[in-house]
Design a protein around this ligand. Sequence first.
Ligand SMILES: [Zn+2]
Ligand SMILES: [Zn+2]
Ligand SMILES: [Zn+2]
Length: 369
Amino acid sequence: MKLISFSSQFQPLIEQMGAELSEFDIVVKPRDPIEIELEGAGLDVPLHDVAPIGGLLSYAGLQVVLYIPDQGRNIDKVFIDGWSYGKKVHVADCKVLDKMRMQNRFERYRAVANTSGRFEVFGTSYKSGRDVQGVAELRACKVCLKYLNYQGYVTEPGKQNEILKNFNLEEFFLSYSTLFKSLPRSLRHKQGGYSSDWSKISKALREKRNWRCESCDLSLAKHRHLLDTHHVNGNKADNDESNLKALCKDCHRKQPMHDHMGISSEHMSTIQRLRNEQGVLGGDETWEGSIELVDSSFEGLLRLCKTHKKPLPEVGYDVSDSRGAVLVQAELAWPNDKYAVVMDDKEKQLVESVGWRCDTLSEALRTYQ
Ligand SMILES: [Zn+2]
Ligand SMILES: [Zn+2]
Ligand SMILES: [Zn+2]
């Protein structure tokens, strides 16, 4: 199905208005019935139909998480404290799921793309002996967080409890927005609270900053829609110049309290390509600098590379053929070793076609598991 995108057609107009529409807001497409179910109560799915993408779980091309609705005799306790007593929610393609696949216990799982953190559950009440159903809050599986090294779950010592406690699915889905074709509907329209003259103010500020990101120094004069205006103190009504910063969409989403922002893979790869062309990526050859610039989907892996004392990789590296034509932009590359890590199998084949070794993100995460 072809996506109808207004972004290219109306881009000059949008820019003239200084508006800040993001890709996820302006892509219009008819809703798929599977998508509606996944974003609602979920779908019971055989485990072997759930495909790993970038170490995460996908069903019908959409990001999902998996849980077991049947809580058995624990159901009374699950209603009271689902976090402690409920079965855990798998947010990634972790080892526990591998084991389940091997044992062929595949009919018990339900896939959901609902980011509310509340799940439909059922079981047999210990007290009444009857079958009961309802909604409970369930906690994320620790093995999954470990596998992804989510927010540095493995590599930032002492932060595990905090990461687990603060884990929320909205933020989680948005961190990996580049890996999937679309975000759940509930996450697409999260902006609001701007003053009525905001588009004018925003445009004036970005113009004054010469259409340059104040964090990574990328010039976006020719891609103005990729430059946002950020409110430093978080108050969207406070448009004093000292409270405003021009930031590219990637640096913007990495600001504190910006877990409402995602970025499409198209926008991310444009930003990485421009950073490459403008030498922004080469400027800061440190682990911290690279962690700041990498696509969030690869952040967990990059932190693992650091801990495992791998040499510092290039971020957003163009792998070219013998005539110098760029075949693919590898998110992480070690050109001296002719080795790269990319999003998916399609990119992997391209990288391997020029004699490099290559892993997908899923495969690279596995080697550190
Ligand atoms: Zn898990
Ligand atoms: Zn930036
Ligand atoms: Zn902001």
